[in-house]
Write a protein that binds this ligand. Structure first.
Ligand code: HEM
Length: 415
């Protein structure tokens, strides 16, 4: 397929991701109306050579179709990185999100089995208890940074508790997951690309050491946590090895923690910016909250893209791809596709249907934590609106400089 890039849009430049949101959305709108997916060069990184480049899939139809065909568009050559990564990074960041069947199916099966009804009940009770505690502290404090006071706390505690990580390690988990998803944001990582690679490796190693040590203990003496369920054989005699446990934990921390944190922070920002939507949800919380959660995930799209690689010469919705072509599935563009969503730039909690792809498209990698994430967002806002009904953002979000995570680093709030 012809490799074209429209003038004035370069998704590989950090400058693009520093532009105001509406300009970025306008650029993606332009990309959606091109006759074929645009092609971009890969980032120049010091520790890996730049590969041949990538196509940007920006329409809802293309993102859904690529997700649906894992045999033609695979994840195993990298789903969360544009450049192919060296093997030593793969060791840390190579969990199931970067795998294809049958390895992917095996790990997903072990993890899914570990989420027994008892485990699910346990974390649902825990979500409620933690949200209550967070709101208690918010009431005492009266305001501050919504991300550190509220949005970051619930997902972090839930993931750690689920895995059996002690409270003494929360800060280690928080700081290292910030580094892993820092993009080019110098609040968390160095300006020097060489340093960033080292920081990433160190963060991965720290998290891996933490959970492997725990895994060793749980292998001998299982408790009721997820780590025990993962390292001890299940009914099919399957369990995770140390290496699989380490990279799964990093995936869980990264996929389950930061994403939900950002969804909650975007939620407060959006419900402040659109007061009529805020009034609507306040008028009948239980009725409107399911739609509000889906609309927050659509509108914010906390995960901007995932990558796939063509496994053979093939066609997708009339576009021809060659074996080895890299495709970035831009969820946040698909979620604004005006051929699917009426007035996509309007935040509307009553939107129905809302076939967003914020948790990924239909396929084997669809977000494993979607149920938990929906639950966390719902319970957090229920507790906030019940006990601090005046809670609101009092300024603009301080946004993460990243092309991958639509992150909010800080958000001032008051009650
Ligand atoms: C609003 C919050 C969340 C968003 C927006 C989100 C988004 C996503 C996306 C886009 C994918 C990739 C889908 C694909 O490649 O087709 C994914 C996969 C995944 N997510 Fe989530 N996620 C969220 C919360 C969570 C939570 C709370 C957990 C943990 C319990 C979690 C665990 C995972 C895992 C393990 C995968 C990989 C699944 C696989 O490869 O089979 N996510 N998520």
């Amino acid at each position: 397929m012809e490799k074209t890039r429209p003038d004035g849009i370069d998704l590989t430049e950090w400058d693009f991701w520093a532009r105001p949101l509406d300009e970025r959305h306008a650029a993606f709108r332009t990309l959606r109306y091109l006759p074929r997916p645009a092609f971009f060069r890969e980032p120049e990184l010091s520790f890996v050579p730049a590969g041949p480049g990538y196509y940007a899939l920006t329409t809802h139809a293309d993102v859904v179709e690529a997700s649906r065909r894992p045999a033609d568009f695979c994840s195993g050559q990298g789903a969360i990185n544009i450049n192919d990564m060296p093997a030593d990074l793969g060791e840390y960041f190579g969990s199931m999100i970067n795998m294809d069947d049958p390895r992917h199916a095996k790990i997903r099966r072990i993890v899914s089995r570990a989420f027994s009804p008892r485990m699910i009940q346990r974390f649902e009770d825990q979500v409620q208890a933690v949200a209550e505690q967070v709101v208690e502290e918010v009431l005492a404090k009266g305001g501050g940074d919504f991300v550190t006071d509220v949005a970051a706390r619930l997902p972090l505690k839930i993931i750690c508790d689920l895995m059996g990580i002690d409270e003494a390690h929360y800060k280690t988990v928080f700081d290292n997951s910030n580094i892993i998803l820092a993009g080019a944001d110098t609040e968390f990582v160095s300006e020097e690309a060489d340093q960033v690679a080292l920081q990433l490796l160190e963060a991965g190693q720290t998290l891996k050491d933490l959970v492997e040590e725990l895994g060793r203990r749980r292998r001998g003496e299982p408790t009721g946590d997820l780590t025990s369920a993962l390292v001890n054989a299940n009914i099919d005699g399957e369990s995770l090895t140390d290496q699989e446990l380490g990279s799964f934990f990093i995936l869980l921390v990264v996929a389950g923690n930061e994403t939900t944190r950002n969804a909650i922070a975007h939620g407060l920002h959006l419900l402040t910016r659109y007061p009529e939507q805020r009034e609507l949800i306040a008028s009948d919380f239980e009725r409107y909250v399911p739609g509000a959660v889906e609309e927050i995930v659509r509108y914010a799209s906390p995960v901007i893209w995932m990558r796939r690689t063509a496994t053979r010469d093939t066609e997708l919705n009339g576009h021809e791809f060659t074996a080895g072509d890299k495709l970035l599935l831009y969820y946040w563009s698909a979620n604004r596709d005006e051929t699917v969503f009426t007035d996509p730039d309007v935040f509307d909690i009553t939107r129905d249907p809302n076939p967003h792809v914020g948790f990924g498209g239909p396929g084997p990698h669809f977000c494993l934590g979607a149920h938990l994430a929906r639950r966390e967002i719902t319970v957090m806002f229920r507790e906030l609106f019940r006990r601090a009904p005046g809670v609101r953002a009092t300024g603009e979000p301080d946004r993460l400089l990243s092309n991958f995570i639509n992150g909010i680093k800080h958000l001032p709030y008051a009650i």
